[in-house]
Design a protein around this ligand. Structure first.
Ligand code: CA2
Length: 149
């Protein structure tokens, strides 16, 4: 079965536990479940990884090269700092959907630049946890191709 890789970066394990005013009350488990349910409507499986360690995320992206058709990623703060993560994403040449729950453009200036956005097919910002579902819908359409009449 065709598979998507879901990547969540540093501190996203705290989702639903801290800072609900910024990131809401849904937990990371809720996010993974939402992504799985959304993907399953397209006949897609989901492999999920969250890590606070950049290298773990890079290894998971490399491993997806031969097992996944696309990547949904919220890189967390690595969005704004990591050329290595960007290089991993370009290296595997899979379509990327970047998600940020908060509207990063309404926040501090250092959050306005992303090392991922210009290499992503899809960018969803400021839609909360629902943004992951939007990203999956669009990415699934890309990787499964047009419906045959
Ligand atoms: O809005 C987003 O989804 C972010 O990717 C979240 C990152 C932040 O650095 C980006 O600028 C925007 C932070 C993830 C940390 O998540 C937490 C969740 C709950 C409590 C504390 C941190």
């Amino acid at each position: 079965m065709t598979r998507l890789l879901l990547v969540n970066g540093p501190n996203l394990n705290l989702l639903g536990v801290r800072e609900p005013e910024t990131y809401g009350t849904a937990t990371l488990d809720d996010v993974v479940e939402l992504v799985r349910v959304t993907a399953s409507r397209w006949g897609l499986e989901v492999e999920a990884v969250q890590s606070n360690h950049e290298g773990v995320l890079i290894d998971a992206i490399h491993a997806a090269r031969l097992t996944c058709a696309g990547i949904v990623i919220n890189p967390g703060a690595l969005t704004h700092t990591s050329v290595a993560l960007r290089d991993a994403l370009t290296g595997v040449a899979l379509p990327v959907a970047e998600v940020h729950m908060s509207n990063v453009h309404r926040r501090e200036p250092f959050r306005h630049h992303s090392y991922v956005s210009d290499i992503a097919e899809i960018v969803v910002v400021g839609a909360g946890v629902q943004g992951y579902a939007f990203a999956v819908e669009r990415l699934a359409g890309l990787v499964t191709g047009p419906a045959t009449p």
